[in-house]
Design a protein around this ligand. Structure first.
Ligand code: ZN
Length: 203
C-alpha cells in the first residue's frame, strides 16, 4: 500500500511557510515503512533538529480506481481518520532550496501517524468536519475540512490521474496552519469532531 500526501491545501498554512498557492494540489508519497506502529513512541531522527507535526484528515481507499471522476469518488472510500505527517523541516528546507525531492524529510521511519478509522457515515458532511491537534493538552492546530482548497473528492480524483489507487491506500489531505516543532517528552493527540483518534509520545 502507499501513502499519498497532499501539500498546501489550506491557505493559512501556505502563508505561514511562505509558500506560493499552487495551481494544482502538491502531491508526494511516503513509503509504507513510514507508518508509526500503533502504541509506539515517536523517536526524533538523528538527522533533524527541527521535526514538525502536521495534523491531517485521512481517507482510506477501499477499491482499485484510476481516473476517478469527483462525482464517483465517494464510492472509493468508507472510512476517515486523522493522522500526523511528521516533517523534518530543516532537511525539507534544504531540499526545497535545491529543487530536490522531499522524501527524506517526510518519508522516514515513523513519519506517518495513523489514527483510529471511523465510518464516513458517522459524519453528516465530510466537507465540514472539525479537527484539532493538542500538544501537551494545549490546542496547537484547529481547523475544518471546509477550509480545504481542494475537497476530499477532488483530491481523490486528482491523484487518481497519476497513480492507480488500490485498496488500503491512504490519502493525507494536507495540514492547516499552526504547524510547529516537537521535542522529547511532548505528547500529541488528534481530535476529530470531539473524538480522540490517536495519541503519540515523543522521544
Ligand atoms: Zn503534510
Amino acid at each position: 500500500m502507499k501513502l499519498i500526501c497532499i501539500g498546501r491545501n489550506y491557505t493559512k498554512h501556505i502563508k505561514e511557510l511562505d509558500n506560493e498557492k499552487p495551481e494544482n494540489p502538491v502531491v508526494f508519497i511516503k513509503p509504507d515503512s513510514a507508518i508509526l506502529p500503533k502504541e509506539q513512541d515517536f523517536y526524533i531522527p538523528e538527522f533533524s533538529k527541527e521535526v514538525h507535526y502536521e495534523v491531517e484528515v485521512l481517507v482510506k481507499i477501499k477499491k482499485v480506481g484510476k481516473h476517478i471522476d469527483p462525482r464517483f469518488a465517494p464510492g472509493y472510500y468508507d472510512e476517515v481518520s486523522l493522522g500526523i505527517d511528521f516533517t523534518a523541516r530543516d532537511l525539507q528546507q534544504k531540499l526545497k532550496e535545491k529543487g530536490l525531492p522531499w522524501e527524506k524529510a517526510k518519508g522516514f521511519d515513523g513519519a506517518a501517524v495513523i489514527g483510529e478509522w471511523l465510518p464516513k457515515s458517522n459524519f453528516k458532511d465530510l466537507n465540514n468536519v472539525g479537527f484539532s491537534l493538542l500538544k501537551n493538552n494545549e490546542t496547537v492546530q484547529k481547523a475544518s475540512t471546509a477550509q480545504m482548497l481542494w475537497k476530499l473528492d477532488e483530491l481523490i480524483s486528482y491523484v487518481s490521474r497519476f497513480f492507480t489507487l488500490k485498496k488500503g491506500d491512504i490519502i493525507f489531505t494536507g495540514t492547516p496552519s499552526g504547524v510547529g516543532k516537537i521535542k522529547p517528552n511532548d505528547y500529541l493527540s488528534g481530535i476529530l469532531e470531539g473524538k480522540e483518534l490517536f495519541s503519540v509520545k515523543i522521544k
